[in-house]
Design a protein around this ligand. Structure first.
Ligand code: ADP
Length: 363
């Protein structure tokens, strides 16, 4: 089932043109919608999730008219909003059961199975009896995905999911997203380029309400090969460089400013060629420079060749069998003699092993 968006526009009552004739064709799989804050991502996501009206345009999910037939969309939609609202004192399992009931899973046994499967899938099974208001940011996002996945949706919308997650939580969350069904259209909206480069097979860049690029990430990167150049620049010279050259990004690395510029040739011999990445694509597009992925040589989608690994290294035999750990040790060292203070010293008359006592006169 494809999602086809045609000439979607939205202007808010305050005059902000949030969407200006957005058109996109999205196939099943992970699609990244990348853009800066205020680009119009949430507006588009909310319209597709039937939570907001568009002014004009069309959106079709298979044969469902998304803008008109809202009930049909909601039956097959999983939506993880940017803000999930207040986290109640209920447990994860109770809340998920509640949402499953709202989604129309009325049979108790089916609901119990659904809830258990989702808690396991999102790695929250161990935390199922914990209250949601005590969950960490990463756990809340995973819980949000569990809610979004109720009822096996065909359209899954995830709005800015990694904002505020620490790196480990983010990695765990992206892994979870990458496992979402091949059958569903999954739209991941984000301002973080790495979210898209790590996960998505297709992407679009949106800025000020307009789609600036729709492409496969690898193909878009390929289109920039031989067109990005870099060198370090002293901070004081930066404004002059920016005025003179098509600078696409400046990055501080170890206190020095690394500048990337766009061009068919390096500005001079002091600039070196850059192996481009999706950040270069994003910044180039955001500077208003056109990128033409369709002109780049096609990127191979051949399956990966089989991986040849050396046979696994045999674990050495354990030195002690577990039972031996509890057996009395054979050669226990003799116990140390008790520590003696002066007061404990034997009276001079007792037998001693040291040198013979000094003669009376030498004491
Ligand atoms: P993004 O999700 O990419 O940050 P949004 O869709 O939230 O972008 O916002 C797009 C533009 O629309 C911004 O300029 C924002 O200030 C404006 N906007 C969003 N929601 C409203 C609203 N309810 N009323 C007025 N302006 C809004």
């Amino acid at each position: 089932m494809n999602l086809v968006i045609t000439q979607l526009s939205k202007t808010y009552p305050n005059g902000v043109h949030a969407l200006r004739g957005v058109s996109l064709a999205i196939q099943p799989g992970m699609f990244g919608l990348l853009g800066p804050n205020g680009a119009g991502k949430s507006t588009l996501m909310r319209i597709l999730a039937t939570l907001q009206e568009a002014d004009s345009g069309q959106a079709r999910l298979g044969d469902i008219d998304v803008l008109r037939d809202k009930e049909a969309v909601r039956r097959t939609l999983g939506y993880l909003p940017q803000e999930f609202g207040v986290y109640p004192a209920a447990t994860a399992a109770e809340m998920l059961d509640h949402f499953a009931l709202l989604k129309g899973i009325t049979a108790k046994g089916e609901r119990r199975d659904t809830v258990a499967a989702l808690l396991r899938q999102t790695n929250l099974w161990e935390a199922r009896a914990r209250r949601l208001d005590g969950f960490s940011g990463g756990m809340r996002q995973r819980f949000g995905i569990a809610v979004a996945l109720i009822g096996d949706p065909r359209l899954i919308i995830v709005d800015e999911p990694t904002a505020g997650l620490d790196p480990a939580e983010r990695a765990r969350f992206l892994n979870l997203l990458s496992e979402l069904g091949e059958r569903a259209v999954v739209i991941l909206s984000t301002h973080i380029v790495e979210d898209v480069s790590e996960l998505c097979t297709r992407m679009a860049i949106i800025d000020r309400g307009s789609i600036r690029l729709a492409a496969e990430p690898l193909q878009a990167v390929e289109a920039l090969r031989g067109k990005v150049w870099r060198r370090g620049v002293e901070r004081a010279l930066l404004p002059r460089v920016e005025a003179a050259l098509p600078v696409i990004s400046t990055t501080l690395i170890g206190g020095r400013t690394l500048v990337h510029v766009y061009g068919d040739a390096p500005p001079d011999a002091t600039w070196e060629a850059v192996e481009p990445d999706l950040k270069d694509v994003y910044f180039t597009v955001m500077k208003g420079i056109e990128v033409h992925p369709e002109a780049a040589p096609p990127v191979s989608h051949e399956p990966l060749p089989p991986l040849v690994l050396p046979p696994p290294v045999r674990e050495p035999e354990p030195l002690t069998r577990p039972a031996d750990l509890f057996a009395p040790r054979a050669a226990e060292p003799p116990p140390l003699p008790p520590f003696a203070t002066r007061a404990d010293e034997p009276p001079p008359s007792a037998e001693r092993t040291g040198p013979p006592p000094l003669p009376e006169a030498e004491r």
